[in-house]
Design a protein around this ligand. Structure first.
Ligand SMILES: C[S@@+](CC[C@H](N)C(=O)[O-])C[C@H]1O[C@@H](n2cnc3c(N)ncnc32)[C@H](O)[C@@H]1O
Length: 273
């Protein structure tokens, strides 16, 4: 059953279906200028059947090369409409469904991918179990998950968190993932329980910086609970943000960064299912 947090996220993306991919496209990997979609897509390019968990507007699926079958699930209908309109995804199987209850048969995919989704769910072990179920033995599971934040994004999240205590209980949203996902040993234990091999764990640093107004807008878009603040609280957050990030401006550019972890594993072959 869809949780209140999932309904909040779906409604948020229904209102702004291009937001996540615009954000990701504007924050390039410091080392090579790629997007994190391109980095993750490269892990499974050339694989025959690929499923994306929480596929959003289809940006990751569209970046995967050489697959015969592309599929994705998401809870935002507007996101799926944008994905369906992409020429690269004209034949893709895109469904409105929960990642915890995948509408696909056992062993249907050679790879399962997921970009910035896995850390959103307290029941992430149910998502991992579903990924294992729909993968063929030896199939690849590759995901981008959130890591640390630096500069203005760090300041923003600290300030926003302190304001969230003021939000009346009836407006609050509790988007709290399973903290084990964010540590290699924790994720490994969760994946191991679902018969995956030990995970590889590669951090990538993204440049989140830019003109002050752009960084402010990106920060607001990154952090779901900001949507629960009222206009007055948002205004206070903005002035505290401007004050708190003054020292982070260099040549008209506000410094900000985000680390993602690209994690990859395989379903053990030859195990009883
Ligand atoms: C941070 S966005 C990432 C979207 C996409 N992977 C990307 O990176 O562009 C999280 C996505 O998860 C979707 N979502 C949230 N809860 C979900 C659930 N239980 N099952 C399927 N999708 C879900 C949201 O609608 C949203 O599209």
């Amino acid at each position: 059953m869809t949780t209140p947090a999932e309904a909040f996220m779906a409604a948020y993306h229904d209102r702004k279906p291009h937001m996540t991919s615009d954000l990701i496209d504007s924050c390039r990997v410091v080392d090579d200028g790629r997007t994190s979609y391109q980095v993750l897509a490269a892990r499974v390019s050339g694989t025959r059947c690929v499923l994306d968990l929480g596929c959003g507007d289809g940006s990751l699926l569209a970046a995967i090369e050489g697959a015969e079958v592309l599929a994705g699930v998401d809870l935002s209908a507007a996101h799926l409409d944008v994905a369906r309109a992409r020429p690269e995804l004209a034949d893709a199987d895109l469904r409105l469904a929960r990642v915890q209850e995948l509408p696909f048969a056992d062993g249907s995919f050679d790879a399962v991918v997921s970009h910035m989704v896995l850390m959103l769910f307290p029941d992430a072990d149910a998502v991992i179990a579903e990924a294992a179920r729909v993968l063929a033995p030896g199939g690849v599971f590759a995901a981008a998950i959130a890591g640390g934040v630096t500069g203005a994004l760090k300041v923003f999240i600290e300030l926003a968190n302190s304001l969230l205590d003021e939000v009346p209980e009836e407006r609050r949203v509790h988007i709290g993932g399973n903290p084990r996902i964010r540590r290699r040993e924790g994720l490994d234990a969760m994946l191991g329980a679902a018969c995956f091999e030990p995970v590889s764990w590669d951090p990538i640093d993204l440049d989140f910086g830019g003109p002050e107004a752009d960084v402010w807008a990106r920060c607001c878009e990154t952090f779901y609970p900001v949507g629960t603040l009222d206009a007055e609280q948002l205004k206070r957050l903005e002035s505290a943000f401007r004050e708190g990030t003054r020292d982070l401006v260099e040549n008209g550019r506000l410094r900000a960064g985000m680390t993602m972890r690209i994690v990859e594993t395989r379903l053990r072959a030859g195990l009883p299912r």
